[in-house]
Design a protein around this ligand. Structure first.
Ligand SMILES: CC(C)(C)c1cc(CCc2ccccn2)cc(-c2ccc(S(=O)(=O)CCO)cc2)c1
Length: 235
């Protein structure tokens, strides 16, 4: 598509996530939560007293495709229906049909100051040679923007988040037109580097993250299942 001021950065960040995604979690990652198909890993990383803990979540959702998961994660109009941690969200710039800039105000988590976020959000799909279904991904990456001035007392978070989804078709029928939702599942990898900015007690932040991420992914998955239940499959 047409290039714009963020094209180079987007390419660099997206390729970084794709390389990172295949890195296994055996060394340095702790499995901190497991629930059904969901496995939540965390690396404990602190930088001058600030908790940066990268999170990596693997999940398999039966009955939806990676395209559907990324569609409902990226599209603005559904966001407030599944995101319970936001006071508001709005698009402040459209860079191309796959790239927008969001500004969000997060619900205040007492006693921390209110957080806000501004990031570019990019959706794309690609097919590797060896797989028949395309991989879909969304990356949300903090960016500065004239229409999102930093204003006290809100604290700007710095986030680099990727949702990478593969679609598996189990026992594919001879005719692809006959594929049913019980034959499909989405295998997703969710990676989040979120620096909530300002000062949050590290123990509190770790417990909030440990609670919030699985909750968000569970809620988001069931939202997509309910939205797609009686709709034609979006491959
Ligand atoms: C605490 C932690 C879980 C690391 C946390 C804190 C805050 C800032 C708000 C906040 C919450 C709690 C404590 C302090 N600040 C935001 C996020 C966060 C941001 C973005 C995304 S996203 O996947 O890009 C979906 C788009 O909204 C997910 C999570 C996480």
């Amino acid at each position: 598509g047409e290039k714009h001021r963020l094209s180079a950065e987007i390419e660099r960040i997206v390729q970084g996530h794709l390389k990172y995604k295949y890195e296994d979690v055996s060394d340095g990652w702790d499995l901190i939560h497991q629930e059904g198909e969901m496995k939540v890993y965390r690396r404990e990383v602190e930088e001058n007293g600030l908790v940066l803990d990268p999170m990596k979540i693997f999940h398999t959702i039966k009955g939806v495709t990676g395209h559907e998961i990324c569609h409902y994660f990226w599209e603005f109009q559904y966001r407030m229906e599944w995101e319970t941690t936001l006071d508001s969200t709005k698009i402040i710039e459209v860079l191309d049909p796959q790239t927008v800039v969001f500004y969000q105000v997060h619900k205040r988590v007492w006693p921390a100051a209110q957080r806000d976020s501004c990031f570019w959000s990019h959706i794309r799909s690609f097919t590797s040679s060896d797989e028949d279904q395309p991989t879909w991904l969304v990356v949300n990456y903090t960016t500065s923007h004239l229409l999102a001035p930093i204003k006290s007392p809100q604290v700007r978070i710095v986030a680099n988040v990727a949702l990478i989804c593969e679609t598996v078709i189990n026992e594919p029928p001879l005719n692809p037109k006959d594929i049913k939702r019980e034959n499909i599942e989405c295998k997703l990898t969710y990676v989040a580097f979120v620096n909530p900015g300002g000062w949050v007690p590290s123990a509190a932040l770790r417990s909030v993250a440990k609670r919030e991420y699985p909750r968000f992914l569970k809620r988001f998955s069931s939202y997509v299942l309910e939205q797609t239940r009686d709709k034609p499959i979006l491959f």
